[in-house]
Design a protein around this ligand. Structure first.
Ligand code: GLN
Length: 537
């Protein structure tokens, strides 16, 4: 069978959830034993989102192979329970960089280099890349942005060309739109969708399926009207009503027969029925918690939920695994002071210190660590959170009052967190951190060993600074165990305090690998520890 391509575009407004719709369709097809992957094409000029402030596009998701990517790739991995890679996220910046590099090498043999065909050829090459690998039956391509944006045009044009270059039964376009409800008229309105589809048609693309985001059910009459005006079959007008959890969307799309319509267009008639038993069990646990806990998420981007997307999702998975609802309270580290730390953190069953960069909010994070360490509240530090746990311990237990990370205090007398030699000479920002999966050797008898149940683990990284090995002996001597190390470099990856009920800091980002079907072990253990702490109060 040749690879089949689904393109997902969005219209009317942004933030309609193309990533969730793409993931849900992928889940349905995967549950029918098809090999599916999803890729995202982002129209912005950054080469990757690694240099973007989280306030711009939310969290930067890191793949196994060390690519800094759009947070939608996190959804793809969580829904499909498979890894994505560098090839799954393409930006305008990447496309132009390739074309311009080729032009400098003289590869275009004196031709004028243009958007059509050179940029669109490079887009098409990348759109087909995963399909050509032979690893997948279906490749879903999500096109970022909204139809009508100037910057999306080359992507829409590439998709238009592919619609004609690929066999008709190998290519399908979904358009996700908004059907707003006007409360004054008590009516759902179809006009924005009509306009959005007209925009696509002007660019030469006819969608096969319309998925309509709506707050109310679509009547048969409205579906017929949308079908008539937008040139699609009435059964291909699909309702996507707001859901209580994103993880229910695959089942909602199943009820709307989205997978059947896709398979019919692809001529795939002998595919097995979807097996969603495992997924439904997860939803069942998620919807019927037996207990509740509250954990603090201490970070500096807390106003924006998307900045900590994978952490919040990992708590949902770990909560379901513990039959427990985890309420995550965002705490702004910038406003945590000596005077209010007690009041802000009282009542928390666990404290997580988030990853991050730069100086803002660091002292607040250190205060939160101290509170958790001294009061015996379950503690979990991720990346910068782990680094600040080490700084706090060095300052308040070892008595090194000026202990700090050289990220913010280049000349501190006690650089407990510092750059490694190979990082010291790097001046370029993009893609130069320690990125992607690295192995970690876990010490037997440690909390980390009990959590993972094995001596060798692998987790993803995204940082420049490391625990300075010159301080390890002193930290160990005062009661902070360094329980995980990179087997090749000896860099410390995990710290813990054995005398504390649950205190763990990790240099890596465990949240990236958590999925409903594979909840991340540290998150599961942290939620369990928080539950125990809650009961003991
Ligand atoms: N800023 C720190 C570093 O670069 C931590 C990074 C992070 O938390 N992801 O090492």
């Amino acid at each position: 069978m040749s690879a089949k391509y689904v393109f997902v575009t969005g219209g009317v407004v942004s933030s309609l959830g193309k990533g969730i719709i793409s993931s849900s369709l992928a889940k349905l097809l995967q549950s029918r034993n098809l090999r599916v992957t999803i890729q995202k094409f982002d129209p912005y000029l950054n080469v990757d989102p690694g240099t973007l402030n989280p306030y711009e596009h939310g969290e930067c998701f890191v793949t196994e192979d060390g690519a800094e990517t759009d947070l939608d790739l996190g959804h793809y991995e969580r829904f499909l329970n498979i890894y994505t890679s560098r090839a799954n996220n393409v930006t305008t910046g990447k496309i132009y960089r390739t074309v311009i590099d080729k032009e400098r090498q003289g590869a275009y043999l004196g031709k004028t280099v243009q958007i059509i065909p050179h940029i669109t050829d490079e887009i098409k090459r990348r759109m087909l890349l995963l399909g050509k690998s032979g690893q997948y039956d279906v490749i879903i391509t999500e096109i970022g942005g909204t139809v009508g944006d100037i910057e999306s045009l080359p992507f829409i044009e590439a998709m238009r060309q592919l619609q004609w270059e690929l066999p008709n039964e190998d290519c399908l376009v979904i358009h996700l739109t908004l059907v707003p409800y006007l409360s004054a008229a008590k009516e759902l309105k179809s006009k924005p969708t009509q306009h959005s589809v007209k925009l696509l048609q002007q660019d030469g693309v006819q969608p096969d399926i319309l998925i309509c985001r709506t707050e109310h059910k679509l009547s048969q009459e409205l579906r017929k009207k949308l079908a008539l005006f937008c040139n699609v079959r009435p059964n291909a007008v699909i309702e996507s009503i707001d859901a209580d959890t994103i993880y229910r969307v695959p089942l909602m799309m199943r009820d709307e027969k989205l997978d059947e319509i896709v398979l019919e267009k692809f001529g795939l008639t002998d595919v097995q029925e979807p097996d969603l038993e495992g997924w439904k069990k997860f939803l069942d646990r998620l919807g019927n918690p037996e207990s509740h806990i509250t954990v603090a998420l201490v970070g500096k981007y807390v106003e924006l939920q998307d900045a900590y997307k994978s952490i919040l999702e990992a708590f949902i998975h770990a909560g379901a695994a513990n039959h427990c609802k985890v309420k995550v309270v965002p705490i702004h580290s910038e406003y945590l002071t000596e005077d209010n730390v007690e009041e802000k953190l009282a009542g928390m069953d666990g404290i997580l210190i988030a990853p991050g960069f730069g100086e803002r909010g660091l002292e607040g994070k250190i205060k939160a660590v101290r509170y958790a360490r001294e009061k015996g509240v379950p503690f979990f530090g991720i990346c910068l959170g782990m680094q600040m746990a080490v700084v706090e311990f060095a300052r308040n237990v070892l008595g090194l009052k000026d202990a700090m990370s050289t990220e913010v205090e280049a000349n501190t007398a006690n650089p407990v967190i510092d750059l490694m030699a190979d990082q010291k000479t790097t001046t370029v920002k993009g893609g130069t951190m320690r990125l992607g999966a690295y192995k970690c050797q876990v010490e037997e008898g440690s909390l980390a060993y009990r959590i993972y149940g094995k001596p060798l683990i692998s987790e993803r990284h995204r940082h420049r600074y490391e625990l300075n090995n010159e301080y390890v002996e002193r930290l160990n001597g005062a009661g902070m165990r360094t329980s995980g190390r990179n087997p090749e470099t000896g860099l410390v990856e995990i710290v813990e305090i054995p005398s504390h009920p649950f205190f763990i800091g990790v240099q890596f980002h465990p949240e990236y690998k958590s999925t409903p079907e594979n909840p991340q072990p540290i998150f599961v253990a942290f939620v369990r520890a928080a539950l125990e702490y809650n009961k003991s109060k």
